[in-house]
Design a protein around this ligand. Sequence first.
Ligand code: GDP
Ligand code: IMO
Ligand code: MG
Length: 404
Amino acid sequence: MNNRADIIVGIQWGDEGKGRIVDYYAREYDIVSRFGGGDNAGHSIRVGDTKLALRIVPSGVLQQHCQLFIGGGTVVSIAGLTGELDSLASHGVDVSRIRISDRAHVVFPYHAAADKAAEEARGAAAIGTTGRGIGPAYVDKVARSGITFGDLLRKEALAEKLRLKGAEDLIATTLDAAERLRPHIVDGVSYLHDALEAGRKILIEGAQGTLLDVGYGTYPYVTSSHTISGGACIGLGIGPSAIGRIVGVVKAYCTRVGGGPFPSELLDETGERLRKNGAEFGVVTGRPRRCGWFDAVAARYASRVNGLTSAVITKLDVLTGFERLGIVTGYRLGGKPVGFSAAGQPGLELDIEYVDGWSEDISGVRRIADLPEAALSYVRRLESILGVPIEFVSVGPERSELAV
Ligand code: GDP
Ligand code: IMO
Ligand code: MG
C-alpha cells in the first residue's frame, strides 16, 4: 500500500497549539481525523476574525474541502457532539462533512458524575480532570460494558444496555439523539480504509499530549487514553505501515493544567509572566495553566516515544521580552543523571541552562531565517534537542502567523 496517513501529536502536557497547526496543515489533506480522547480536549483555531474552540470535531473544519472523521478510539458525549454541531452550523460551517465511527464510545451523564465523585474521593491527590467523564467512559469500554455509537443505531439493544446500567431515564433522550446523529455514524474501518485505498490524504489529529498518555505519561496524573502516535493506529484501526509522517507540536515553553509532576514549573513571577503573555487559561475549564521553562528531558523522551519525523514550534512570540530563557537540560537524583521517568520523584534536581532572550516583536516574521538571532538560536537549540527538523514556527494564534 502506497498511501499513508500523517499524524500530528502534542509532545508536552496538551495545549501545545495542535488545533491551529492541524488547521494549517489540513489545506493539503482530504480527511482530518481524531483518534482518541473526547471533549476533554479544547483545540483553538483562528482564521481572520473567526475563532473556534473545538472539543471533538477535528480542527480541519475551517478548510471547506475537508471531511472530518471522529475515530473509534474516542469517547464522545452525545450532548457535547450535538451542541458542537449546532454551534458550528451557526457559524455557517457545513456539518454534513462530519462522520463518527460506529466504534466510538458514548460518554453518558453517569460517566461525568462518576468522574467528579472519583476526584472528590481522591482529595488532595485529585488528578484535576476536566470532569467530562472521560476516565469512567474508558473504564466501561475496557470492562466491556460500554455503549458505542454503533449501538445507537440498534434501538432494542441500546435500550437493553441502558437498562443494565440502571439508566432507564436516558433511553428516550438517547433514542432521539441517535436519530439525529444517524447520518453521521459510519462503519469507521471501511470509511478510513476505503479512503486510503482511493488515494485520499488523511491527517490524524492528536488530542492531549504525550506526557498525559495513560501508559507513558506521568501516571497516574494522566488522561485515560493513549495520546502518543501509536494510539492513532489503535484509535483508527489502521496498521503502523499506513503511517507516514509524525509531526510533534512543541510549545516553546511548558504548561500543564491539573495536578501531577511538572519539573520545570515556575511558581514565581516568571511563571506568572508566561501565563499572562501566553494567555494560558484552559479552553475547557478556564483554569489557569501552570507554566514553566522548556524541558529538554521531557521533549527528548516525547520525541522518542512518538517516533517523531519532524516538529513544529508554537508560541515563540510569547517568549519575546524575557531577558533570558531557561531550558531544563537534565534531571538528577542523588547527583546521578536520570531520565523523564523520574519526574515527580522527591529530591529531583534540575540542570537549567540559561540562554539569551530577544526583545523584537516577532509576530510579523514569516521566514524562520528572519527571526532575531537569539530567537533563531533558541529554535535551533530545540531542534537539536528533539533530534528532528523543525518545519514551522508559529508566532501568533492566527492561521497566517507562521514562519516557514
Ligand atoms: P491545543 O489543545 O493543542 O489545540 O491548544 P489550545 O488551543 O488549547 O491552546 C493553545 C492556545 O494558544 C490557543 O489559545 C491558541 O489560540 C494560542 N496559540 C496557538 N499558537 C499560538 C502562537 O504561536 N502564539 C500565540 N501567542 N498564541 C498561540
Ligand atoms: P488538549 O487536546 C490539557 C488533563 C486534565 C487532567 C488530566 C486528566 O486541548 O491538549 P481527563 O479529563 O482527561 O480525565 O483529565 O488530563 N487534560 C488536558 N490538559 N489539554 C488537554 O487537551 C487535556 N485533556 C485532558 O487537565 O490533568
Ligand atoms: Mg487545548
